[in-house]
Design a binder for this molecule. Structure first.
Ligand code: 13P
Length: 254
């Protein structure tokens, strides 16, 4: 049985540490014993250290939503992957479309990915097209995101890589507007082929997960028929009972 990943991206919510603690505690209390799922929570950075400090359990793993491409130095306001690792965070989300919309390019994402994996973090590398066109140009776009994002990323570090396919047109939508499981399955195969061309058979072992309007009502289909290894959950991860339901569904599947 291959492990699944259910990753919460809280983005820039909630508005106070008290609310963050309350959300975290509800998730913590509601989590069943899991056989087959890693639960990773990526809160805003201002809450990360405090949530980690207050949690002594092992069922929840922590991650960040961004990190810089250098570990130390005169980079006002940036977040060192080494510092994150030292804090005990294990994952970082990189290349998210909401950061690309603020100006992150493939080459910048590439530098961040290499620095984060080099610092010992597991990288959730996000890719995804803005829209689909009939000619299939979006496939070229995805291929470029992957190839430029992973330029110079060594095979030895592949164990620290997950790829999150997050079509921008599905992000933030209602559950019935997520990618269909057919489409997701096709994209998974497409992404794995590119990874195989870059890394050979070893590339095929990189977990491919999905993000974009994932919710309790579509989680089963996305995971079992889309055949992805997990979900990167945005707004539904802010609703504890829904996030827990998604985790339970993932854990019930083979
Ligand atoms: P939603 O689940 O809110 O669509 O967000 C997906 C996402 O961007 C996760 O990184």
């Amino acid at each position: 049985m291959r492990k699944k990943y259910i990753i919460a991206n809280w983005k820039m919510s909630p508005l106070s540490l008290r609310q963050a603690e309350s959300l975290f505690n509800k998730i913590k209390k509601g989590l069943p014993r899991l056989k087959n799922v890693s639960v990773i929570i990526c809160p805003p950075l201002v809450y990360l250290a405090e949530l980690m400090r207050s949690y002594s359990g092992r069922r929840i793993i922590f991650g960040a939503q961004n990190s810089f491409w250098e570990n130390v130095g005169p980079f006002t306001g940036e977040l060192s992957p080494h510092q994150l690792f030292e804090l005990g965070a294990e994952y970082v989300i990189l290349g998210h479309s909401e950061r690309r919309a603020l100006g992150e390019t493939n080459s910048l994402v590439n530098k961040k990915i290499k620095a984060a994996a080099g610092a010992g973090l597991n990288v959730v590398f996000c890719i995804g097209e803005k829209e689909r066109d009939e000619r299939g140009d979006y496939l070229g776009f995805i291929e470029k995101e992957i190839k430029e994002g992973l330029a110079g990323f060594s095979r030895e570090k592949l164990g620290r890589l997950l790829i999150a396919y997050e079509p921008i047109w599905a992000i933030g939508r209602a559950g019935d507007e997520a990618a269909s499981s057919d489409l997701l399955h096709q994209m998974k195969i497409f992404i794995l082929k590119i990874l195989k061309s870059l890394y050979g058979e070893r590339g095929m072992e990189v977990p491919i997960i999905y993000g974009g309007a994932s919710a309790p009502e579509n989680a089963r289909e996305l995971l079992s028929e889309g055949e992805v290894r997990g979900l990167l959950v945005g707004h539904q991860s802010l609703i504890p009972e829904n996030f827990i339901e998604i985790i339970k569904i993932a854990d019930s599947l083979k």
